[in-house]
Write a protein that binds this ligand. Sequence first.
Ligand code: PGA
Length: 268
Amino acid sequence: MIQIKKIKKLIVGNWKMNPSSLSEAKKIALEIKKTMKNMTKTGIKTVRKTQVVICPPFVYLGSVGGMKTTSFFLGAQDAFYESMGAYTGEVSYCSLPQFGVSHVILGHSERRAKGETNEIINKKVRSVVGEGMTAIVCVGESVRDTEGIYLHILRSQIVAALYEVNKKLLDHVVIAYEPIWAIGAKVAMNSRDVHEISIYIKKVLREMYGPLGDSVRILYGGSVDSTNAREIVYEGNVGGLLVGRASLVPKDFSLIVREIDTEDCIEK
Ligand code: PGA
C-alpha cells in the first residue's frame, strides 16, 4: 500500500552576500515578516502549509533572529564543522542556534567553486544535523552532457555529503538540487527535467537508506521566480524551492510563497 503523508513545502531564501547594510537587511526581513503575516490572516488557508526559511549573511543573523517571528525560520549560508578553536574567519556550527538558526545551507555551488570539497561538506552536514539543525545540502552539475555523466556527479555528491549520516537524523536533511547552469540565469530548468531529477535523487536516497530515504525533502533552485515557481514545484514534483535573487525582493518572494501555498501539500 502506498503511504500518503502530508509534508509541508519548504521555501528557502538565500540572500547570499546581500544586502550591504544592516538597515537594508532589517527592512527586507521586516517586509517579508509583514507579508507572511498578512497572508495568514487574510488568505484562504495560506502560509501555514508552507515553511519559509530566510538565510541572511552571518553578520545580520543576530538582528534578523532578534525579530522572533513565527513568519519564517532563520537559516545560515554555511557553518564550520569544528565547535571552536584556531580557525580564523570561520563560524562554528555550535554558535548558530543561540541566534535562532534552525537551518544551514551547505555545499552551495558558489562555495564549492571556492574549493569546498565533498569531504568538507560531509563534516559540516554531520556537525549541523548533530546539533539539531536542518542541513540544506546543495548538489548540482555544471553542465548537462548527453551521456548522463551529470547523474553520476549528482549521485556522488549526495553519497559523499551523507556519508555516515545516521538514518535517524534524516528528517534534518534536505537536498537542494541546483544545476549550476541555471543559477543566476535567465530561465530555470523546465519542470519535466526537474521531475526526472527528483525521481533520480529519490532513487539514490532509497538505495542509501531504504524507504526512510523518502523522508528527505528535495528542493529545486536556480532562477526561480513567481512565474515559474508553481509549475516547478507541482509538475517537477519537488518539496520546495531554494530562491536566490527573488528572495531579496519581499514582494516577489511573498508571491512565490503564495503560488506554492495554494495547493494541497501531499507527496507520495
Ligand atoms: P538564483 O540563485 O535564484 O538567483 O538563480 C539560486 C541560488 O544560488 O541558490
